[in-house]
Write a protein that binds this ligand. Structure first.
Ligand code: HEM
Length: 525
């Protein structure tokens, strides 16, 4: 990467160029005169005496002194507010802070602290990295915490052969047949949601509503319990789940470090999520596992994990608990977020909502008014709506990979060295108007035709390649059912507290709205 930055440096004719680090512009100096003047950094830079007509108006700037990046802060808020992980990926992707430079290129590089990151802007390179040349990028850059057996068994964090073996064992849990077998558990949660709305119609915070529903679903499927999120005032399962991704400084800081400074995580033994919640979920899972009589089949994830107990490397119950917690963690939040953002967009786009309802009611006539697995499959317009939701709100802002074998970018002299972090800014691609015109418009019609990925990736809400999300089918079915149960009986409307547009929470590495997504649910006549 250092080499690449040198190339980058050599191609720029200007005396300086710009880069974004997080969502803020960096000013990189190429001119010896400017660099020399930089010796008296603090006063000169701070006082604007060098570049009075340009970027030193910004709140901070950066420069290289030889090959060391320096970051000069001019704004007191920045230190507090640097966890803008999700937005930096889009800004990098879409525009250069200084318009005439190399961000027109197919990729760019940057330092995050002292680590080089390779940022992809080209669909073909994105496809090569995730699929065709996957053998060079088998791992994620994110830390694989070695200090804790539960978190070590999160598939998302696992590396190389350990990941490959675990992934092979877990994949059979997500086939269409397994989804069908678990359908009754998801459906029961859909009924809970619908019943709750019947007595609580009016303004409701959609994310909390959706999180209760998806927590019910995954608790039933992976922990064998019903947490009764729609019945109890403060269900423990939900309260503990909330701690995983709430907007605390602890989560913001630690979870960002997992992606940007994995070595610190290992050294400092930092947990990705709150330790009390981890212990709680492990306890619930192990209680269920140990109480199950061997020959009774439940057709849920626990059955599969019980099978795995007999085999390596899942011969330790703590490891199995880690897998169950991963299913919960990776599953409940993205699913809830997809449901909530779909409801939110329906509240703003009545014609889309009406069309989806018309389809659902039409399909249900064929199934005697019953929502079934087959009925859900028949709602193809609703599929288009889901796809549009996760285009605009893709849960994760980017895909991350680590280069596991030196890789020469085809058609260039650029070498990505083993160990370099790679970022594919999914949000950038999915909001790029050359691929998705008028990108802020919620328009499910974009998905009437299949997105062409022959030449490269432009749409990847579940990731791509061997590390693609295994829960895609499960997540989409769960989200679809929630919407079907809602719109068949309720009109979703804007209310006074509905935000005009969504602003993303800067402390979260996932896309989450900064404010509650309040919307009105009105019973249909
Ligand atoms: C709408 C819902 C969901 C979305 C948008 C979503 C999105 C994603 C994305 C973008 C990735 C990273 C893929 C990559 O790096 O190429 C991922 C990974 C993963 N997801 Fe999902 N996900 C969803 C639901 C679920 C569900 C329901 C489960 C489990 C029940 C799940 C389990 C996982 C796991 C275990 C991984 C890591 C896979 C690996 O590294 O091999 N996800 N998901």
């Amino acid at each position: 990467m250092a080499e690449w930055l040198r190339d980058y440096y050599n191609t720029v004719q200007e005396k300086f160029f710009g880069l974004y680090v997080f969502d803020e512009p960096f000013f990189v100096v190429k001119d010896p005169e400017i660099a020399k003047n930089g010796n008296s950094l603090p006063s000169k830079f701070y006082s604007n005496s060098l570049f009075s007509n340009n970027t030193v108006q910004e709140k901070f700037l950066g420069l290289y002194v030889f090959d060391e990046p320096f970051f000069i802060v001019k704004d007191p808020k920045i230190a507090k507010n640097f966890l803008l992980l999700q937005l930096f990926t889009r800004k990098f992707y879409s525009n250069s802070p200084f318009s005439n430079n190399t961000v027109q290129e197919k990729f760019l590089g940057l330092y995050v602290f002292d680590e080089p990151f390779f940022v992809v802007k080209d669909p073909e390179i994105a496809k090569n990295i995730t699929i065709r040349d996957f053998q060079h990028f088998t791992d994620r850059q994110v830390s694989g915490p070695s200090h804790d057996v539960l978190q070590q068994n999160f598939l998302f964090f696992q590396k190389s052969d350990v990941w490959k073996s675990a992934r092979t064992k877990v994949t059979p849990a997500f086939t269409a047949g397994k989804m069908k077998a678990m359908y009754h558990l998801i459906d029961a949660s859909g009924r809970d949601l619908s019943r709750w709305l019947e007595t609580n119609a009016g303004p409701v915070e959609a994310k909390e509503l959706a999180a209760k529903y998806s927590t019910n679903v995954i608790a039933k499927c992976a922990f064998g319990i019903d947490p009764e999120c729609f019945v109890r005032a403060k269900p423990m399962f939900r309260e503990m789940g909330r701690r995983f991704f709430d907007f605390s400084w602890r989560n913001g800081f630690c979870q960002t470090l997992y992606f940007l400074k994995p070595r610190w995580v290992d050294r400092l033994k930092i947990d990705f999520v709150d330790g009390t919640s981890l212990k709680y979920f492990a306890g619930v899972f192990l209680d269920t596992l140990n109480s199950r009589v061997d020959d009774v089949k439940h057709n849920d994830f626990i059955d599969l994990l019980k099978e795995l107990r007999k085999k390596e490397p899942f011969n330790d119950d703590q490891k199995l608990a880690g897998v169950a917690i991963q299913i919960f963690m990776a599953g409940f939040e993205p699913t809830a977020s997809t449901i909530a953002f779909t409801m939110y967009e329906f509240s703003l786009n009545k014609e889309v909502q009406d069309k989806a309802r018309e389809e659902v009611l039409g399909v249900l006539e064929k199934y005697n008014g019953e929502i079934t697995y087959e009925a859900a499959k028949d709602c193809t317009y609703l599929d288009m709506c889901m796809k549009e939701t996760i285009r605009k709100y893709p849960v994760l802002p980017f895909l991350d990979r680590a280069c596991t074998e030196n890789y020469k970018v085809p058609g260039t002299d650029v070498l990505i060295e083993k160990g370099t972090a790679v970022i594919i800014p999914m949000y950038g691609f999915q909001m790029d108007e050359q691929y998705f015109p008028d990108p802020y418009k919620y328009d499910p019609e974009r998905f009437r035709e299949k997105i062409d990925s022959d030449k490269g990736l432009i749409y990847m809400p579940f990731g791509e390649g061997p590390r693609i999300c295994p829960g895609e089918r499960f997540g989409l079915l769960t989200a679809k059912l929630a919407i079907m149960y809602t719109i068949r009986k309720f009109e979703i409307e804007k209310c006074e507290r509905t935000p005009e547009r969504v602003e993303f929470e800067p402390k979260s590495f996932l896309f989450q709205s900064k404010v509650g997504l309040y919307i009105n649910f009105k019973t249909l006549n």
